[in-house]
Design a protein around this ligand. Sequence first.
Ligand SMILES: Cc1cc2nc3c(=O)[nH]c(=O)nc-3n(C[C@H](O)[C@H](O)[C@H](O)COP(=O)(O)OP(=O)(O)OC[C@H]3O[C@@H](n4cnc5c(N)ncnc54)[C@H](O)[C@@H]3O)c2cc1C
Length: 556
Amino acid sequence: MVSHDVLIIGAGLAGMRAAIEAARQGLNAAIVTKVHPVRSHSVAAQGGINAAIGENDSWDAHAFDTVKGSDYLGDQDAIEIMCKEAPKDILELDSMGAIFSRDEKGRIAQRPFGGAGFPRTCFAADRTGHALLHLLYEQVVKCGIGIYEEWFVLSIVIEDEKVCGIIAMDIRTGILHRLQAKAIILATGGYGRVYRNSTNALINTGDGMNLALDAGAPLMDMEFVQFHPTTLKTTGILVTEGARGEGAYLLNSIGQRFMSKYAPNALELASRDVVSRAEQQEIEEGRGIDGCVLLDLRHLGEEKIKERLPQIRSLAIDFEGIDPVKEPIPIKPGAHYSMGGIKTDLSGATKVKGLFAAGECACVSVHGANRLGGNSLLDTIVFGRRAGISASIYAKENNIKEFPDYQLKETAHSIAVITNRRQGERGSVIRDELANIMIKNVGVFRDKERLFAAKEKIKELKERYNHVYLEDKGDIFNTELLETIELKNLLTIAECIVLGAINRTESRGAHFRLDYPKRDDETWLKHTMFYKKDDEIKIDYKDVAITKHKPMERKY
Ligand SMILES: Cc1cc2nc3c(=O)[nH]c(=O)nc-3n(C[C@H](O)[C@H](O)[C@H](O)COP(=O)(O)OP(=O)(O)OC[C@H]3O[C@@H](n4cnc5c(N)ncnc54)[C@H](O)[C@@H]3O)c2cc1C
């Protein structure tokens, strides 16, 4: 059987950064990914990555902005680490050859971003993720790290409460393989596709969070889902916050710059939850245009738009037929980011021995109830590196464990049950209904009635999932089968989001309850923990780590 010291699942920024670290420690590291590495969702990141490298900036100020942005739910010890280590990590990326945009003095340029008290977002025009993902892929190739490309991980194998490997399908052949490993790092990204309107790639289905739950590692804070304020009307494609960072503003149907009502100081650069709610309120109170508000860039001028926001311009032209040089862009809030995820400690370790997690699938937690723009790319780099180091230390101290046979049989059986079914319902219908109920009932605004209706609907969809059948019975590139497995993962994620949201009778960050519109620190200054027992989700709570910033009212 093939074996590795450290096996990384996911080839986004977090996975590749972790793999590089394991290779640097002289270990046999390999990456398993369901798509080619540079197709990971990290490639779509636009606006930039934060670090306090400016002359008058400090990591302390960055940490405070992040704590405030998180609505005081972020763990302050983790936030301090991220902000303190950020400058060194950015300079390392620069020295690897990252093509960061420059200011007039040739230094790495920084733009203002939402919720930040200082312009501290480093960027490569509006294609930062593209630049960084290709950069790390080059490094992975240079280090000779093996990549199982277009392999879909189906389960993590645990024996005596320790990881011993994974079972994955080679998508090209449909054959199941066992890969042994001393340590495993989950870096599988988010679950944005649980929602109808989403900026996320189709592959973002929360697979890793499900792998962790099944392996016995809890998830944390799943009720907190970030809605990005500016996504294109018909496709949900993202228009970066960098557009507002460069000076674009929001207008309603009567031409009002409405953010002055909701965030008189920060205006369009208030944090994302605040701006998304303001837009949704304008739309629901009849001051929208066809379910949207307008993002106006025209005053920035053609030259600046072409230099700083070239991708935004081409996306608006190609997908909406609108040239932002000449017309404002209709936009609306869309599901964007998973604040919650696999609970890890500061070194990326989960509750299960040998299992680590980093990036969007993990919850350290640095984003709390609301993530600041530019902090997620940073999270992938800082905590990807840290998880790579701690998984390597673990791998050096532990031997390869015997790989039990039964799990391969069980996994093969669970797939055969689906492929052998002769009749039933198509998974795509269930997936559609799930995405619709989630955006309608568990979106920017929530309340008891809508949440309970969503809970009932998910229960019904889970039941219907037991009768799902495939038209494609083949082995080679059976994407229908993969989508069906992803659907199961999406259903569990949706269940966690809804259960967490029902219990949390307060409003904090991205979780806004119309029936409980105030933050309630007395009862709810705590993390929600999600466990899976006998195929049921169980909930528990955990304290927030507070170092020096006592919770205050959050105003922008
Ligand atoms: C459109 C968009 C723009 C963004 N812009 C910014 C920005 O400007 N700044 C910022 O800070 N953040 C931004 N974000 C957020 C940020 O890009 C992501 O949170 C981050 O890139 C996630 O990286 P990751 O390494 O955790 O996962 P990803 O890049 O999502 O990679 C996940 C990997 O896991 C693999 N995988 C998943 N499931 C399986 C499985 N079952 N088997 C095998 N492999 C699997 C995939 O193949 C992939 O390689 C943006 C997000 C989006 C959607």
